[in-house]
Design a binder for this molecule. Structure first.
Ligand code: TYD
Length: 137
């Protein structure tokens, strides 16, 4: 399966009406895991690069609920860049995929849904180590 097929761009339904938009995301349905953790990143700007890690155990869905950012995703062989610029879209990131988030607009609020509780030891923060673990190096 290609990286683009693995890291699916997700489109969430809009239940909005004349009162405004309403987006609902059900764990295990709209996204392919049960949500154990939610965090969000804001007040990053265009000079910042975040992420820069892969996770041995966690899967994520990234959604810019306001503003925009980009995420560069690689499995050490292929690379894709996804622009997150709509509250109704997200991108799914499986385990053992390297990601960098960058180009945050000043109003960016990047919501992250995760399949696990936080455990710092499942993060791989060294790219060479990541390449070794996935057998590319
Ligand atoms: P970090 O992984 O660098 O954030 P990002 O992936 O968004 O660039 O996390 C920054 C700090 O916050 C780091 O000390 C770990 C801590 N942290 C938690 O305690 N729990 C969490 O769920 C996350 C994502 C981070």
């Amino acid at each position: 399966m290609s990286l683009k097929e693995m890291c699916k761009v997700l489109h969430f339904g809009d239940l909005g009406d004349e009162r405004g938009k309403l987006v609902v995301i059900e764990g295990g349905q709209a996204i392919p895991f049960d949500i154990q953790r939610v965090f969000y990143i804001y007040e990053s700007d265009a000079t910042v690069v975040r992420g820069q890690h892969a996770n041995r155990e966690s899967e994520f869905v990234l959604i810019n609920v306001a503003g925009k950012s980009k995420v560069r995703i690689t499995d050490g062989r292929e690379e894709i860049i996804v622009e997150l610029d709509r509250p109704m879209m997200g991108v799914y990131i499986p385990k053992m995929i390297w990601k960098d988030m960058y180009d945050f607009s000043s109003d960016s609020v990047l919501l992250v849904l995760a399949s696990t509780h936080y455990d710092g030891s499942e993060y791989i923060r060294d790219y060479d180590e990541y390449l070794k673990e996935i057998g590319v190096k």
